[in-house]
Structure formats: C-alpha cells, structure tokens
Design a protein around this ligand. Structure first.
Ligand SMILES: NC(=O)c1ccc[n+]([C@@H]2O[C@H](COP(=O)([O-])OP(=O)(O)OC[C@H]3O[C@@H](n4cnc5c(N)ncnc54)[C@H](O)[C@@H]3O)[C@@H](O)[C@H]2O)c1
Length: 252
C-alpha cells in the first residue's frame, strides 16, 4: 500500500495474534518493522521469519519507550507508524477486581498506549509524517460485566486516540491517530478465555451475524490501511472489525 513501502513501523505485542499478523502484513507491504513483546522467544521467532527486527519490551514500562523509539530510528532512519497492539484481559468484575489486577490491566492497555504515543510523536515529527493505530475492542462500546478493567482500559484507548489525533492536527503535526476496534478474533487471548469458560468462542462467534470469529489477518488489513497514505483525511476515526456484531439489533 502507498506509504508503507519505505515506512518504518513499531508493532507492540508482535509475538502472537493480531500483532503477529500485523508484522506479517506490514512487511509484505514493504515497511521496515520493529516488533516488540514481553514474550521474547515467540516475538523473536516471528520477526526473524519475516525479516523484521525484535526488541523485548513491557509496554507498561514508561521509561523503556524512549529506548524502543530510538532503536527504530537508529536501525531504520526514522519512524512513521506505531501500532499500539499489546493487550491483556483481567477477567474480574467490579465485585471481584483487586487493586493489583486493575492497576496491571490499565498499565498495559491504557498507560502503555499513552506512553507509546508520547514517545513516538517527536520521532514522527522529525521523520516528516506519522500514523498511530491504537487497538481498542468492542468491549469499549459494549463492555463485559465480567471484565471491568479490560473494558474500561479499552474505553480509555478510544478517547485517548481522539485526543492525540486532534492535538496533533491542531499543532499542524503531520501525524494521524486512529483506533481499530476488533470484535472476537481467533487469537491467544480467546484461547485463554475459552479455557476459563468452555464454549465462549462459539458464543462470541454467534454474536456476529456472520457467525464466525475474525482471522487476525483481517484486522491487520485494516491496520495496514490506516498506516498507509490511502486515508490522509482520516484521524480520530474508529474502524470496527467485528463482522457486524455491534450493528445488529440485539433481538435479531
Ligand atoms: N482476540 C480478540 O478477540 C480481541 C478482540 C478485541 C480486541 N483485541 C485486542 O487486540 C490486541 C491483540 O490481542 P490478541 O487478540 O492478538 O491477543 P494475543 O494474546 O494473541 O496477543 C497479545 C500479545 O501481547 C503481548 N503482551 C502482553 N502484555 C504485554 C506487555 N505488557 N508488553 C508487551 N507485550 C505484551 C503478549 O505476549 C502477546 O504476544 C489486544 O490489545 C487485545 O485487547 C483482541
């Protein structure tokens, strides 16, 4: 896609699922990619396979973000794309959630995304253009009663993205920031949820009128579009990749 060939991207949570599919897609479209993950073995293997670089990173470690951005710039000469994809679920309702569980899910999903945006923007200004894609979830619109922290963190990601997008635009910075909102997608996160709640995958697949889960490559295609030069007037936008799940009347 235009703008990806010669572009430089950071993709967090690259070891698995949507992150791995995004690294594959951006590489196929010609971008240089620095993939990061706390899972060093799987992240490294994926990146080696597709000719990307890998760096171990916990996205909630705020000071480490400066090193990650510097590494992308040093290796590839700039930074044009950031995909804040790393995420975790916490599996606790408002009655069950303890401080440690709440703090961790907010630190990874929301604070990690903020820290990524904050660190990337100066390098993108220096590089002449930037596209930030933050990964939320349909739970940011229709939250899970059983996961208050996950739902709240993803709701925060939606609003964070709009604030970043409009600030960059007002400042005249050539940086767009958009949100991808996946529905139920066939990845490790759902495998863990299926173990805890057998039958969950089929149940969430049935929430889409297409009656199936998304393939991570389908989500990666939307991320690649937002990363490209194909949509220069899109900023602060949200792309739902949910097979129509949130578009149908709940009674039908
Ligand atoms: N799979 C779904 O149904 C679904 C639906 C909506 C949104 N999402 C979102 O998509 C994103 C990707 O999730 P996925 O479904 O591919 O899950 P996944 O579990 O397959 O991948 C998540 C990756 O993030 C990494 N990670 C976790 N904590 C990290 C940290 N602190 N620092 C760096 N890396 C970390 C994991 O090691 C893993 O490789 C997440 O933000 C998730 O919330 C997924």
């Amino acid at each position: 896609m235009p703008g990806l060939d010669g572009g430089v991207a950071i993709v967090t949570g690259c070891a698995s699922g949507i992150g791995a599919a995004t690294v594959r897609r951006l590489r196929a479209d010609g971008a240089e990619v620095l993939g990061t993950d706390i899972d060093e073995a799987a992240g490294k293997a994926l990146c080696e396979e597709v000719g990307a670089r890998f760096a171990p990173q916990d996205v909630s470690d705020r000071p480490q973000w400066a090193e990650i951005v510097a590494q992308a710039v040093d290796c590839f000469g700039g930074l044009h794309i950031l995909v804040n994809n790393a995420g975790i679920v916490s599996g606790a309702s408002i009655a069950e959630v303890d401080d440690e569980t709440w703090d961790r899910v907010i630190a990874v999903n929301l604070t990690g995304t903020m820290a990524g945006c904050r660190a990337a923007i100066p390098a993108m200004i220096e590089s002449g253009r930037g596209s930030i894609i933050n990964i939320a979830s349909t739970t940011a619109i229709a939250p899970l009663p059983g996961d208050v922290g996950y739902s709240a963190s993803k709701g925060g990601v939606r609003v964070l993205s709009k604030s970043v997008a409009t600030w960059c635009a007002q400042q005249g910075h050539p940086i767009r920031c958009n949100t991808v909102i996946p529905g139920a997608t066939e990845t490790g996160i759902l495998d863990a949820a299926e173990e805890a709640t057998p039958g969950l995958k089929a149940a969430v697949a049935a929430t889409s009128p297409m009656n199936r889960l998304a393939d991570p490559a389908e989500t990666a295609a939307a991320i690649a579009f937002l990363a490209s030069d194909e949509c220069p007037f899109m900023t602060g936008a949200e792309l739902l990749i949910d097979g129509g799940a949130l578009s149908i009347h709940p009674g039908f």
